[in-house]
Design a binder for this molecule. Structure first.
Ligand SMILES: [Mn+2]
Length: 302
């Protein structure tokens, strides 16, 4: 059971919850990611079961492969090496850039999170949502809705969360652990990110980022600071993860679909939140991104 690289709260939550489904079905399985999972999710029961294929590769392939929260199979990185040629793939996702790569695709683009889909799937299969699964699923919805802020925060997302709280989830404590428990190094990296802010296009575009020497492993949410400035419509955050390799996150606060921009760079995501990886010098990345973002703002709304 794999998810996308740079795993976020929904990726981790969905993995752990799917493990809970398979436990109840009496199946053996491996939960794997081509990356380390952010330690802020380590309070989730079962977190230590998630295998980081970067440090701990699997020299083995499987004839049943489940992909969670990944709009493209490529997004699972090296986990793809574990798929047997004739394997059956189950794809469970909520990204609309999804290309239906599974033999079975459970894709609901209205769902706030893959975790929301898994909540409904568990119940429709007549299985139980254990307290451990409930915590994991809550983290997935909490993070993918931007703490119930994004347009994907539907009545159903709230209904699912209400059910998870009724099952014993302590919503306040989970929010504390995920968002108000930053290591000092991360706060210092955030300070460097804020110091790097560049306002473009009369303040409608904001870019900020980190070079490798200042970067930390977990920069989830840094882009939100750029996107929370008054009158900013499009925001981008770049983080150099290897020399001349940048992880870029985009946010839209207008009609511009940033997943289309991310797709043009080989990435993907949602209309309001998307990302891609860029190989090259920072100057080139910034110059190209500025052109893409300015052009998107200048285009008539589709
Ligand atoms: Mn998700």
């Amino acid at each position: 059971v794999a998810t996308h690289f740079y795993p976020d709260g929904d990726a981790v939550g969905a993995l752990l919850a799917f493990g809970g489904i398979l436990d109840q079905l009496g199946r053996s399985y491996i939960l794997a990611v081509d990356d380390a999972c952010p330690v802020k999710y380590s309070f989730l029961p079962g977190f230590e079961k998630i295998r980081n294929l970067k440090n701990d590769p699997l020299y083995k392939s499987f004839d049943r492969f489940v992909v969670l929260d990944a709009g493209a199979l490529l997004r699972t990185g090296s986990a793809q090496k574990c798929i047997e040629p004739n394997a059956r793939i189950l794809n469970i996702d909520h990204h609309f850039t999804g290309d239906y790569y599974g033999d079975l695709n459970v894709v609901d683009t209205i769902a706030s999170a893959t975790s929301e889909i898994l909540h409904d799937l568990t119940l429709s299969m007549g299985l139980k949502i254990t307290p451990e699964m409930a915590q994991a699923l809550y983290v997935g919805i909490l993070t993918d809705t931007g703490r119930f802020r994004f347009a994907n925060t539907t009545p159903h997302a709230f209904q699912v969360c209400a059910n998870l709280v009724a099952l014993g989830v302590d919503s306040g404590s989970i929010t504390e652990q995920v968002f108000y428990n930053m290591p000092i190094e991360q706060v210092q990296a955030l300070a460097k990110t804020l110091a790097s802010i560049e306002m473009l296009d009369d303040g409608r575009i904001c870019l900020a980022g980190l070079m490798q020497e200042d970067a930390v492993a977990d920069t989830e949410g840094f882009v939100e600071h750029a996107a929370s400035i008054k009158e900013v419509l499009l925001a981008g955050f770049y983080c150099e993860v290897e020399p001349d390799l940048f992880k870029v996150s985009l946010r839209s606060r207008c009609e511009v679909d940033v997943s289309a921009i991310a797709t043009s760079y080989g990435g993907g995501g949602h209309r309001k939140a998307a990302g891609f990886r860029f190989r090259g010098k920072l100057e080139l990345l910034k110059a190209r991104l500025e052109v893409s973002l300015r052009r998107a703002l200048a285009e008539p709304i589709r």
